[in-house]
Design a protein around this ligand. Structure first.
Ligand code: ADP
Ligand code: MG
Length: 273
């Protein structure tokens, strides 16, 4: 890891959108890979019981003995859940279906909304996560207690938005939730940015949604859009980020541009690897 020259501050980003199938998990995997490729040190936290981020990063069920469930339930340290991936400087804390039961188990606990924040308190400093500069939290497709935990723990929310008809409607609801969390649980929470996913330049609806989202959200929308690309959707079945599966495809190139746009906007220079 970065060792003594890890001058970069830690950023914790929640990838959230209560709609399913908009590209949260795909973005967690591939933005994480792209950030690692340009020298950041990344931990993906899989907070979706489906475990798609874990699978897509090549972590099979046998290697999920310690998962985000155990960590949030207080049964294990975060470091015990972190596993290396095929990508240098990219780790994942995997999830399993056990997470489905956690919400109920936590329901009456005082700290139920702050479990993840407490778990991430030493990230970047303790032995297992030393030098980590980005934590990407892959949220489930709902505004449930798991997502609230992510928003309470994050510095900022990164919103993948699919270019489709009801995109803005869902966005308004998400923004209201972010406001509520900022008021009640996490005053420093901001919107990191909105990334348009599965963009299809030949489709008029895609262009219309892009124009609407850009006029509604202005500079918060990244210039980089992730195109609909079959290589992106094939990669998870090989347990690989698309950047390892086909570096030259349009999807990989878009995720590299997105990573670079994000670190530029934050005023971070690429760290020497
Ligand atoms: P979410 O995590 O928001 O539910 P996913 O990242 O799992 O969404 O994406 C939903 C589906 O769309 C997956 O099958 C994924 O492979 C596919 N997909 C995501 N992004 C792209 C893309 N840029 N091009 C093609 N398919 C994509
Ligand atoms: Mg997902």
């Amino acid at each position: 890891v970065a060792g003594g020259k890890s001058a970069q501050p830690l950023r914790i980003l929640a990838l959230a959108n209560q709609k399913g199938g908009v590209g949260k998990t795909t973005t967690a995997i591939n933005l994480g890979t792209a950030l690692a490729a340009i020298g950041e040190s990344v931990l993906v936290i899989d907070l979706d019981p489906q475990g798609n981020a874990s699978t897509g990063l090549g972590i099979d069920r046998r290697n999920r003995k310690v998962s985000t469930y155990h960590v949030l339930a207080g049964e294990a340290e975060l470091g015990a859940a972190c596993v290396a991936t095929a990508v240098p400087r990219l780790m994942v804390a995997p999830s399993t279906m056990d997470l489905l039961g956690l919400e109920l188990e936590m329901a009456s606990a005082q700290d139920r909304a702050h479990r993840l924040r407490n778990v991430l308190r030493n990230v970047g400093k303790d032995e297992a996560t030393r030098g980590v500069t980005y934590v990407l939290i892959d949220c489930p497709p709902s505004l449930n207690l798991l997502t609230i935990n992510a928003l309470a723990a994050a510095d900022a929310v990164l919103v993948p938005l699919q270019c489709e008809f009801f995109a803005l409607e869902g966005l308004s609801q998400l923004l209201r939730t972010v406001e509520q969390v900022r008021g009640a649980l996490n005053t420093r929470l901001t919107i990191q940015g909105i990334v348009l996913t599965m963009f299809d330049p030949r489709n008029n609806l895609s262009a219309q949604v892009e124009a609407d989202v850009r006029s509604f959200m202005g500079e918060k929308v990244y210039e980089t859009m992730i195109p609909r690309n079959v290589r992106v959707s094939e990669a998870p079945s090989h347990g690989k980020p698309v950047l390892l599966y086909d570096l030259k495809c349009a999807g990989s190139q878009a995720y590299l541009r997105l990573a670079s746009e994000i670190i530029q906007r934050e005023g971070r220079l690429p760290v020497a690897a």
